[in-house]
Design a binder for this molecule. Structure first.
Ligand code: UDP
Ligand code: MN
Length: 339
């Protein structure tokens, strides 16, 4: 017995030592498995993208997705309602440092307006890549025209800053001629609005003008040296009796270009209606409206002209004094970039 015990004792010690070794090995094994599992988890994403699919296939799939999403965006955002008249928004635009910023902002407003047809007229000899691409990528229905203002008209007049001829006039007339050539008074339901590229527009404005029968009018913010230039209404009849304009108040229609809209059919039935280069400063609006309507006929919008839905904002000319120095050194910052 004793012997047995004495013989078994070393055996027992070996077994306990063995067990400890085994446990330690098992523990190490578990730790290794856990580490491998964790590393696997971390790499799963990159393995899936970079190794599982060939890069060309992946790019092709992403391109397809992009095309589908952009098509979806365009159709869902740009609603077309066959029962609503089309708003023909006429925008003269010209190349300058802030042009892309202005047109990007304006296009993002236009994208949200149902049944809008953007007639954009570049003051240039031929269409620019900047405007062409911006229009193409916007998903907006558009017509892209050009009409270059003759250089001599752009020279400053006697008062320094003043132009010899009013700005945007040639471009707006070009757009009006396009409407006459392409639309029919009896078939096409529409509204004409002059939307300069630097103003700020609320979406409500477009819904206000949509049912214009002849010519509609509303207040314009930040124009003519006052906070708001607005039509004044007869409280009994609700008809327009005049404007609160302070600058040149004796004009037949002392209203800004952004302050009225014209019914398309009515315009098409008046072939003489257009802007004139001979009119005195600030009289362009009066020239075209004089062909189309009388004060008494005007349709007041925007809650009886008590709301402001458009602002005659003007963008500050950016300070590019260092850019000019860099250009002289051949180091322009926008090389190969459209800003
Ligand atoms: N415009 C143009 N060519 C020019 C200057 C202006 O086509 O040489 C456009 C301009 O982009 C804008 C409209 O004509 O849509 C009116 O110009 P601007 O905003 O400078 O006039 P203002 O705000 O002083 O009435
Ligand atoms: Mn302006």
């Amino acid at each position: 017995m004793l012997q047995e015990i004495s013989q078994n004792k070393p055996n027992l010690i070996v077994t306990a030592h063995d067990m400890r070794m085994k446990r330690r090995l098992l523990l190490i094994l578990i730790v290794i498995i856990v580490i491998i599992w964790l590393v696997g988890l971390r790499n799963r994403g990159t393995i899936g993208l970079s190794e599982a699919i060939a890069p060309e296939l992946e790019i092709a799939a992403l391109k397809q997705n992009l095309a589908r999403l952009s098509a979806e965006c365009k159709t869902s955002k740009l609603k077309y309602d066959p029962h609503l008249p089309i708003i023909y928004a006429i925008t003269p635009t010209y190349a300058r440092a802030v042009q892309k910023a202005e047109l990007t902002r304006l296009s993002h407003t236009m994208m949200l307006v149902p049944n809008l047809h953007w007639v954009i007229v570049e003051d240039a000899e031929s269409p620019s890549t900047l405007v062409s691409n911006l229009l193409k990528n916007s998903g907006i229905t558009y017509t892209h025209l050009t009409a270059a203002t003759p250089q001599e008209w752009k020279l400053p007049g006697k008062q320094g800053e003043q132009w010899k001829k009013p700005r945007g006039v040639l471009q707006r007339n070009t757009a009006l001629q396009w409407l006459r050539n392409n639309l029919n008074a009896d078939q096409d339901q529409g509204i004409i609005y002059f939307a300069d590229d630097d103003n700020s527009y609320s979406l409500e404005l477009f819904e206000e003008m949509r049912d214009t029968q002849v010519v509609s009018v509303w207040p314009v913010g930040l124009v003519g040296g006052i906070m708001v230039e607005k039509p004044l209404l007869n409280p009994k009849t609700g008809r327009v009796t005049g404007w609160n304009s302070v600058w040149s108040p004796n004009r037949p229609f002392p209203v800004d270009m952004a302050g009225f809209a014209i019914n398309l059919g009515h315009f098409l039935r008046h072939p003489e209606a257009k802007f004139s280069f001979e009119a005195p400063r600030g009289h362009q609006e009066s020239v075209i409206l004089g062909h189309l309507t009388t004060r008494a006929q005007l349709e007041p919008k925007a809650d009886n002209c008590t709301k402001v839905y458009v602002w005659h904002t003007r963008t500050e000319i950016p300070n590019l004094k260092y850019e000019e120095k860099l250009i002289k050194r051949g180091e322009r910052t926008d090389e190969g970039m459209e800003v």
